[in-house]
Design a protein around this ligand. Structure first.
Ligand SMILES: NC(=O)C1=CN([C@@H]2O[C@H](COP(=O)(O)OP(=O)(O)OC[C@H]3O[C@@H](n4cnc5c(N)ncnc54)[C@H](OP(=O)(O)O)[C@@H]3O)[C@@H](O)[C@H]2O)C=CC1
Ligand SMILES: Cc1cn([C@H]2C[C@H](O)[C@@H](COP(=O)(O)OP(=O)(O)O[C@H]3O[C@@H](C)C(=O)[C@@H](O)[C@H]3O)O2)c(=O)[nH]c1=O
Ligand SMILES: [Mg+2]
Length: 284
């Protein structure tokens, strides 16, 4: 049986859809501000593998709440990874494009230098380092710009604003790969299964993002088009959209390593978007 930290989050919900037999620990059963309680939950459940799909994902709020973000994003995954290493079971942590500084215009590989611009990215990077230091069989899946029919994400924000306004201003100089949460969940399950068969030739850090790379404005335009909303998307530079946390400009991830080791290809996010819009229609 698989143990998943997270219950209501985007990726956790999609893991539940694909593997309903897994155990999902929400905040009520495992609070990541208590890392040792998370490790104890793993020892008590004795699962065959653990996926951490919980995180402090409020990028701007993290700037003024760094201690909580550090416990949740850095200390908790490190404690989980140590518990898994002790039990000899695989551990999969999900991380982010925000560990990079976003310089340049080339896709980054897994061993490119990191340089987070804000507290969220810095705490997620510390979490990666804690997981790697734990030893055992582990993988870190770095993804970007996650969306789904559940929870808070850019697609749902754009649908709400696009229904209210004729014109939206959206940044056009941050470039990355929007990634459907359902594809992340499928990638996680495949990685766990392959890692259990081939622990010696798999593991480490992997990049995984939807294709093709686009800007937030390009993403917004496709959302409006597929949803049949008429709102005009006006492109603006990041400087015209001030936020507490600085975001990387270049979030392009080179995803060739996950294709090589696991046969997992970049999904077309436009297809994932169509599925999410269908799900939202069914919910309404
Ligand atoms: N969202 C994105 O765009 C991206 C996300 N990622 C990474 O992907 C992973 C999954 O993200 P996603 O599914 O989008 O996350 P969501 O923001 O949808 O959900 C985060 C989950 O973490 C839980 N959580 C937060 N704090 C705690 C805590 N103290 N104790 C227990 N649970 C807690 C939340 O619980 P509750 O509902 O109770 O608040 C929620 O279920 C994360 O590691 C994230 O860093 C990477 C790149 C992009
Ligand atoms: C709502 C809105 C946002 N924006 C900009 C702000 C920001 O640069 C970009 C996306 O906004 P968001 O608030 O969704 O971005 P953000 O919460 O920073 O999204 C990030 O979340 C974390 C968890 C990750 O790991 C990242 O991969 C990334 O997905 O769009 C506009 O330009 N116009 C708008 O009307
Ligand atoms: Mg956000």
């Amino acid at each position: 049986m698989m143990l998943v930290f997270g219950h209501t989050g985007q990726v956790a919900r999609e893991l539940a859809a694909l593997d309903p037999k897994a155990i999902f620990l929400g905040r009520d059963r495992a609070d990541l501000t208590d890392p040792e309680a998370c490790a104890a939950a793993i020892r008590a459940a004795r699962p065959r593998a653990v996926i951490n799909a919980a995180a402090y994902t409020a990028v701007d709020r993290a700037e003024t709440d760094p201690d909580t973000a550090h416990l949740v994003n850095a200390e908790a995954p490190a404690a989980m990874a140590r518990a898994c290493a002790d039990l000899g079971i695989p551990f999969l942590q999900i991380s982010t494009d925000y560990v990079f500084d976003g310089a340049g215009d080339q896709p980054r590989s897994e061993d490119a230098p990191t340089g987070p611009l804000g507290v969220y990215g810095a705490t997620k990077l510390a979490g990666e380092q804690g997981v790697a230091a734990a030893g055992g069989t582990w993988a870190i899946l770095r993804t970007s710009w996650v969306f789904s029919a559940h929870g808070a994400n850019f697609v749902k924000t754009m649908l709400r604003l696009g229904a209210e306004r004729d014109r939206l201003t959206v940044v056009a100089d941050q470039i990355g790969g929007p990634t459907p949460a359902a594809d992340i969940a499928a990638a996680c399950l495949r990685m766990i299964s392959v890692m259990r068969d081939r622990p010696d030739t798999t593991g480490g850090i992997y990049h995984f993002a939807g294709a093709p790379d686009t800007s937030w404005a390009g993403f917004a335009r496709e959302i409006m088009a597929q949803a049949g909303l008429g709102a005009d998307i006006a492109e603006i530079p990041t400087a015209d959209y001030p936020t507490p946390a600085t975001r990387p400009l270049n979030s392009r991830l080179d995803c060739s390593r996950i294709a090589r080791d696991f046969g997992i290809k970049r999904p077309d996010w436009r297809i994932g978007l169509a599925k999410v819009l269908e799900q939202l229609k069914d919910k309404a």
